[in-house]
Design a protein around this ligand. Sequence first.
Ligand code: FPP
Length: 227
Amino acid sequence: MENKLPSHVGIIMDGNGRWATARGKERSYGHRAGSDNVDKIVTHAFSRGVKALTLYAFSSENWARPKKEVDELMRLLKIYFKKFIKKVVKNKVRLFVMGDLSVLDAELQKIISEGMEKTKDYGDNVLNIAVNYGGRQEIVHAVNRLLENNLPVTVEGISKNLYTAFIGEPDLIIRTGGELRISNFMLYQGAYSELYFTDVLWPDFDEKQFDLAMEEFSRRNRRYGKV
Ligand code: FPP
């Protein structure tokens, strides 16, 4: 069994489209399967001792996808957050949604604020979902907050003004779906994160796959630039 566990894990959930195409279905079918997979991994990660989980659900760049696909992703997010709110008391997981939420439709914004408000006092586990999120945009947002408050722009200052300031930096970032890039995900706070890439497509990324990532993390030697 592994001896080191990541406290905060970020996941780039990639491969829904290819998963659907391989089954002769449209991409939205893959997003629905991907959405069904979210709860399984969230439950498992928390049961394994992970404290915070950040999931990349919709990037600032995803608006460029066909409208039908964007609409389906927004619909799935609404369903997910509504279900989450129903289970709030039982699960005691704090929900946080990071990104520029101001451009989301009013109903989704309302569901998100309700979910965040109802769970804000839960501290043990945090589920952080990135929606209309971009790492570069987040850094700009943090710098602007410092400037608005007449504060100096420093490394610590930026860190404190990132959306994730309250959960800290991810120890491990997992990307499913075979691509070897970060795609604008947690650029600042991911500076020293361990990276784990797998070819497994997100709808197929199950508990066993998650455990493989945990095992690999436990074998890594994190030096943070030191020897
Ligand atoms: C990448 O697959 C995945 C996304 C852009 C969206 C991720 C969304 C979900 C898993 C569902 C909704 C989320 C929640 C939290 C309920 P892709 O479409 O880029 O796949 P491809 O690389 O195979 O084309």
